[in-house]
Write a protein that binds this ligand. Structure first.
Ligand code: ADP
Ligand code: MG
Length: 480
């Protein structure tokens, strides 16, 4: 349908930082406390209370800025953004206005089978507002200020995004980076990651942007796509009728999958921004930026490239392993012990993920430590245990948390690779099954499988399959 129109999207993403305390006071920033437990005079804007900037917020912003290839501003100022709402007792939000900490960045996102670069306009630090709760029973509106003052980074993209799928891919990328860096848990259900989506249409070939609408407070990847799809169709129909799109703020209703007008778009002049006189300018020294840079973990794209180029993993496998830092960390520790990237990847993404999923556990809670999985893989490579039996060993490791060597020994699962030992078992299989042995010797090749089965039964599955195969043939030929 959008043949004649091009879709233009820009996202404003709010990332809630997982600091211990709030951005300008010592109250806890933790999620989920009883209402109005994490508060103090500043949260209420009581006279005489003064803000003190949380250093970790600045470091989180610098990290995010470096990860998104931004320039970091050396001279920063906080600004007051005024609006009147019960969840904001001070009457203003402390934010950054024309001097944000990060600017002029970019990020690579996946789009279909290729990648695209999306410009990052800015990242600024600000405080979150509280929460209004509209109580159905008493029909009262209640205010919970626990969230007021919790630190946020607002990451604003250039209008470079061209489809709802790209918007979702961009949002995933921001979440992945925030989680890698450890600056946020990116938990969308708890509102740690929310976005406002701006969207407009323009005739293909037109350079000027069309009038945009802004859809507020979207809190899932699915919803960002659905809200945008609806809004694009709505704008398209409006333009087709020859009517103008009105610049406004709209709300997405996830129950109906539609958006509706919330208010006309406010202009920045409406907010009466001015520098906050209670906070001194923040000077970010070059040496501080460098020091934070050194502490940054490796980023997923670099990791992915290394997994493909150095360890020979497929694009797909490398993508799966690097989607979470905890996964690639686990992989790294496993690889260090066993030295086989492909096997490590297979065991993690099939056996381990399978059991974790079944038990509803995260990888951090895995009863099998990466070192122990590494050891198990080494034992398979050394043929101490067969690949098939290793699965049982792994299940036992997962259930008990015991070491693989101990389990293999206890259960007598050690593979028999000694030829003399296996030959004795093969001989016994032939002697025990005279009729089949005769037919086999006379040329009924199909019985080969039967003797493999017998040997496995006698050895309780421990005989090495390749040696067993070889010795069954040898025994047949010897008896001819
Ligand atoms: P505001 O803070 O008033 O919402 P900004 O200038 O910060 O406005 O822009 C917000 C977002 O809107 C940015 O992500 C930007 O890329 C996007 N945007 C701006 N113009 C358009 C447009 N015509 N169509 C789609 N997105 C747009
Ligand atoms: Mg906006």
């Amino acid at each position: 349908m959008q043949g004649e129109y091009e879709v233009v999207i820009g996202l404003e993403v709010h990332v809630q930082l997982s600091t211990a305390s709030k951005i300008f006071c010592a109250s806890s920033a933790a999620y989920g406390a009883d209402p109005n437990n994490n508060i103090d005079p500043l949260t209420f804007g009581l006279p005489g209370s003064l803000p003190v900037l949380n250093k970790q917020v600045v470091e989180s912003a610098i990290m995010m800025g470096l990860a998104l290839h931004c320039q970091i501003r050396r001279f920063n100022r906080f600004a007051r953004k005024h609006y009147f709402y019960p969840d904001l007792p001070k009457g203003y939000q402390i934010s950054q206005f024309d001097e944000p900490i990060c600017e002029h960045g970019n990020v690579e996102i996946e789009s279909g089978d290729s990648t695209r670069t999306i410009g990052i306009t800015r990242i600024h630090m600000e405080e979150d507002a509280g929460k209004n709760i509209h109580d159905m029973r008493t029909s009262a509106s209640l205010v919970d200020l626990n969230r007021a003052g919790v630190p946020l980074l607002e990451i604003v993209s250039e209008p470079d995004i061209r489809s709802p799928a790209e918007a979702s891919s961009y949002l995933k990328k921001i979440r992945q980076l925030a989680r890698y860096l450890g600056v946020s848990d990116g938990n969308m259900e708890e509102g740690s990651l929310r976005c406002d989506a701006n969207v407009s249409l323009r005739p293909r070939g037109e350079l000027k942007f069309g009038t945009r609408t802004e859809i507020k407070n979207i809190n899932s990847f699915k919803f960002v796509e659905r809200a945008l799809e609806y809004e694009i169709a709505r704008q398209h129909a409006t333009l087709k009728k020859g009517e103008p799109v009105i610049q406004e703020t709209r709300l997405f209703d996830s129950n109906t999958g539609t958006t509706h007008s919330m208010r006309s778009k406010e202009e920045s002049a409406d907010y009466r921004y001015f520098p906050d006189p209670d906070l001194p300018p923040l000077v970010v020294e070059e040496s501080w930026i460098q020091e934070v840079g050194v502490r940054m973990p490796r980023l997923p794209d670099d990791y992915k490239k290394e997994l493909i180029d150095k360890h020979g993993l497929s694009e797909y496998d490398a993508g799966v392993l690097t989607s979470e830092r905890s996964w690639v960390d686990y992989f790294d520790s496993t690889l260090e012990i066993c030295g086989d990237a492909k096997l490590a990847c297979n065991w993690i993404t099939s056996e381990l993920f399978g059991l974790l999923k079944k038990e509803g556990k995260e990888i951090e809670e895995s009863p099998v430590k990466p070192e122990d999985l590494g050891t198990l893989i080494s034992l398979i490579k050394k043929k101490t245990v067969s690949g098939k039996m290793a699965k049982d060993v792994f299940e036992e490791m997962f259930a008990s948390g015991n070491k693989p060597e101990a389990i293999i020994k206890d259960k007598g699962l050690e593979q028999i690779t000694d030829e003399d030992a296996i030959r004795k078992i093969v001989e016994q299989a032939f002697n025990d099954n005279e009729a089949q042995a005769t037919q086999f010797i006379e040329g009924k090749d199909k019985l080969h499988g039967f003797f493999v089965g017998q040997v496995m039964k006698l050895s309780k599955g421990a005989a090495n399959p390749e040696i067993t195969n070889k010795l069954i043939i040898a025994e047949r030929d010897k008896r001819k």
